[in-house]
Write a protein that binds this ligand. Structure first.
Ligand SMILES: *Cc1c(COP(=O)(O)O)cnc(C)c1O
Length: 233
């Protein structure tokens, strides 16, 4: 077995343990492999080990990989910051976007989604309290943004995404994920049809699963450590 294949197996096993401990069915949680900074060959290897859903954070880099891997039946998710001049590429080349946090961005994505494709599947990124990053809609404005996105014809609003402040304390991890789940349940009570809670990364996916994650986004634990580079275009 290659390293990527055995890492994938270890992540799947740990996800199943976390699900079972939480009294949940392991099949109710899907694994998104975060392949940013890794070469197409690493993605091919993960695909040979049964992984089909991949996530990217940098548009130019992703477009190159999507083109290079066109022969594979992969589902691409965009999880990075969304600049206005990148919305068209995202709308044309991805199945899902997890990082929508403004009405303007959502409107552009809807207008630019090609008519021959199914609606773009959307999660709103929420800036849950204590989050270091500035991305994400404040929780108090989430309902308003959700109602606006739900009206857009070429988007399908599926749920919420968050990136809590990193830390090793499991109770703190769970408290942050619990906030996102409570907001999710509140929006459902307000009439929105949501089914996706995108939360949990390499260091905290077990806590996220305990708090109700339906999709975890795991990079390092599958592909290894990343060398960061800044996108220039
Ligand atoms: C990079 C990234 C991940 C994956 O993080 P790991 O710690 O490598 O698992 C998940 N979500 C988002 C939004 C990311 O940018």
């Amino acid at each position: 077995m290659t390293t990527i294949a055995s890492n994938l197996q270890a992540v799947r096993d740990a996800m199943a343990v976390a699900a079972t401990e939480a009294g949940r069915a392991p099949d109710d949680i899907s694994l998104l492999a975060v392949s940013k900074t890794f070469a197409p060959e690493a993605i091919r290897e993960a695909c040979r080990a049964g992984q089909t859903r991949f996530a990217e954070s940098y548009v130019q880099e992703a477009l190159h990989k999507i083109a290079a891997l066109h022969d594979l039946p992969l589902e691409w998710h965009y999880i990075g910051p969304i600049q206005s001049n990148k919305t068209r590429a995202i709308a044309e080349h991805f199945a899902w976007v997890h990082s929508v946090d403004r009405v303007k961005t959502a409107e552009r994505l809807s207008v630019q989604r090609p008519a021959h494709l199914p609606p773009l599947q959307v999660c709103m990124q929420v800036n849950i309290s204590g989050e270091a990053s500035k991305s994400g809609v404040p929780p108090g404005e989430a309902a308003q943004l959700a109602m606006a996105i739900a009206q857009l014809p070429h988007l399908s609003l599926r749920g919420l995404m968050a990136v809590p402040e990193p830390g090793d304390d499991v109770n703190a991890q769970r408290a942050a994920f619990s906030q996102l789940r409570e907001l999710f349940e509140q929006l459902i009570r307000q009439g929105l049809q949501l089914d996706t809670l995108s939360m949990g990364m390499s260091h905290d996916f077990a806590a996220a699963i305990a708090e109700g994650a339906t999709m975890v986004r795991v990079g390092t634990a599958i592909f290894g450590d990343r060398t960061y580079h800044k996108e220039t275009t």
